[in-house]
Design a protein around this ligand. Structure first.
Ligand code: JBH
Length: 242
């Protein structure tokens, strides 16, 4: 998976060189290149924003620097990349979306700031490559860099060989519509709190059953919307008790 990221804060993406993403890059599973948008703004102040037509607060990112940056990056690789624009006005990042991103061989991430990027950039880009606007959720961030870190981590960790133990990908929250079960480690007794005895029983069937029950209880308590969604999909939605 190749990820090209365009941002006015390239240093924000340094964490991608740490830990697992860093190892994945060294293993050749993940290729990350960060590009400074200001390198494509040619006036003396390397201006990337201006006031919005129609008035309103804040500034809008100018189209020309973005177009030059996208064309430059597109010329760096083979084939057609998918342009991912993180932003509050997009589809929400879910595990399903993460799996779709994990299947993308080449993505360009456009990190917007200010009030956003001139709409004509999206239109011009959509004529030469697929464009997806993806949000982290219904809250406000100041820019796309944090979102890109989340999206790349969520997708790259699904790449075969990225996670040391692929087993750990199986019973994760959201992988199958349920939240994960509670986990415990030594000591068996801590501050007079005991590990659930079933986990010390050595009975794998009982442990599996207990863990599944815990996932159902935890999902019902914290994310009932997920239960209804999966039940609705299965056509077995429980009617809420009157
Ligand atoms: O405003 C934020 N809401 C959710 N996701 C985002 C992604 C990129 C930029 C900004 C946001």
């Amino acid at each position: 998976m190749r990820c090209d990221i365009i941002s006015i804060f390239p240093e924000y993406l340094e964490p991608l060189n740490l830990s697992l993403p860093g190892q994945a890059q060294r293993k050749g599973l993940l290729e990350v290149a960060v590009h400074d948008l200001r390198d494509f703004a040619h006036d003396r102040h390397r201006t990337v924003d201006d006031t919005p037509y129609g008035g309103g607060a804040g500034m809008v990112m100018k189209p020309q620097p973005w177009w030059e940056a996208l064309e430059h990056v597109r010329g760096l690789g083979e084939g057609t990349p998918t342009l991912i624009v993180p932003g509050p006005g997009g589809e929400v990042l879910t595990q399903k979306v993460a799996r779709e991103l994990a299947d993308e061989p080449w993505m360009i991430f456009a990190c917007g700031r200010y009030e956003g990027i001139d709409e004509r950039v999206y239109e011009a880009a959509a004529e030469v490559m697929p464009v997806r606007v993806i949000s982290l959720g219904d809250y406000v961030l100041n820019g796309g860099e944090v979102a890109v870190l989340a999206m790349i981590e969520a997708a790259a960790r699904l790449l075969p060989g990225f996670m040391g133990n692929a087993e750990s990908l199986v019973e994760e929250s959201h992988e199958d519509g349920l939240l994960e079960y509670p986990v415990y480690t030594k000591p068996a007794s801590w501050r007079e709190r005991e590990v659930p005895p079933v986990l010390l029983s050595g009975d794998h069937a009982k442990v599996a059953a207990w863990r599944h029950e815990q996932r159902l209880e935890r999902t019902a308590a914290r994310r009932p919307d997920l239960l209804h969604a999966s039940a609705a999909l299965a056509g077995t939605d429980v009617v809420p008790q009157a």
